[in-house]
Design a protein around this ligand. Structure first.
Ligand code: ACO
Length: 318
């Protein structure tokens, strides 16, 4: 059986930045509150004419270039997103057309903030079973389009962006294991209640019971760390880098404490990006790969928690 490994990474952020101070003019908040409770200092937001697929395409092209892979070499395109350009075709199909290729499998995957972890888990299985040799996996979001800009409990938390990796078949892992979970019983704590299927397309704005989500996220992410280490017979000290979903610095610090990992071994982008949902992990990964922190052969743990609830982890040797 073959394994999958990352051949290249890429990311892209919209050029428009919005600081916490800028938000003081929009909702009843203070820059200090946002910084203290979340660690966020600014976020990038799309302009009116920018779409999720624009961000995905820019990140994908950089990942393909870093991997030295041509779009025509791909046999799978997977886009993790909660904010597709349109109901259909999928953003993955739109991206395939932008990349100028035809015929390979292309689909979107929706697991909110856990989307990229889910997508890596799925693409890895395609490659392990021989169904694909090269896969483009993208996490791309324009969550600013589904925020209620009058709700200070949510609108200050999120940003837009995209990250991508190219996975290729390899004799050695690469991806060592992925652990994917969900529990729909928590659907009311974090949701966009509107949709076409339920006849309420007008209600497409995020609602979150933030402090209840926070409590479940911290304990659940602690469990997924244990599960991942146990499944692979590893000790905490074996992990070189934690690349967490970037929702809140306090959640990230709690997971790092659980791993006895100093914050210098945790890739943190939440201050500059906010929570970019499915894009946050590949954005963080690409940043740390490009600035030379993460090196080939190191052991990486990615973990995420999001709406659904969904949660999961990926352990990989980079
Ligand atoms: N500015 C000022 N005050 C605010 C703001 C704001 N932007 N937002 C809320 N407050 C107020 C509240 O109204 C409340 O006031 P009250 O005490 O008078 O009622 C007070 O601050 C405390 O509110 P809490 O919600 O208890 O604040 P908390 O410390 O929990 O921080 C936060 C809120 C940042 C949302 C935190 O709960 C959090 O990070 N939750 C988890 C988010 C997350 O991980 N989501 C999952 C991924 S997202 C996805 O899947 C799409």
């Amino acid at each position: 059986m073959s394994y999958s490994r990352i051949l290249g990474t890429g990311s892209h952020l919209p050029s428009r930045t919005v600081t916490n101070a800028d938000l003081e003019a929009i909702v009843d908040t203070t820059a200090a509150w946002i910084q203290e409770r979340t660690g966020i200092e600014k976020r990038h937001l799309v302009s009116d004419d920018e779409t999720c697929c624009d961000l995905a395409e820019a990140a994908a092209r950089k990942a393909l270039q870093a991997a030295d892979v041509q779009p025509s070499d791909l046999d799978l395109i997977l886009v993790a997103t909660t904010t597709p350009d349109q109901f259909f075709p999928s953003t993955a199909c739109l991206l395939q057309q932008r990349l100028g290729v035809r015929g390979c499998a292309a689909f979107d995957l929706q697991a909110v903030c856990t989307g990229f972890v889910y997508a890596i888990g799925v693409a890895d299985k395609f490659i392990r079973t021989g169904s694909a040799k090269r896969a483009l996996v993208v996490g791309a979001e324009t969550l600013s389009r589904v925020l209620n800009w009058k709700d200070r409990g949510t609108c200050v938390l999120f940003g837009d962006g995209a990250g991508a990796v190219v996975l290729g078949a390899a004799d050695q892992p690469g991806i060592i294991s992925s652990h994917l979970h969900a529990d729909g019983a928590y659907k009311d704590l974090l949701q966009i209640p509107g949709g076409i299927g339920n006849g309420h397309p007008e209600a497409c704005f995020m609602e979150m019971k933030g402090n209840e989500v926070f409590r479940v996220a911290v304990t659940t992410l602690g469990r997924i760390v244990d599960e991942t280490l146990e499944a692979n017979g590893l000790a905490k000290s074996d992990i070189d880098w934690l690349i967490p979903h970037q929702a809140n610095i306090r959640i990230i610090q709690a997971t790092a404490r659980k791993l006895d990992l100093p914050m210098e071994r945790v890739v943190v982008t939440v201050a500059d990006h906010g929570n970019t949902s499915a894009a946050s992990i590949p954005l963080a990964l690409d940043q740390a790969v490009r600035d030379g922190r993460i090196r080939r052969g190191e052991l990486l743990l990615m973990e995420a928690f999001g709406g659904g609830f969904t949660w999961g982890s990926v352990l990989m040797r980079y």
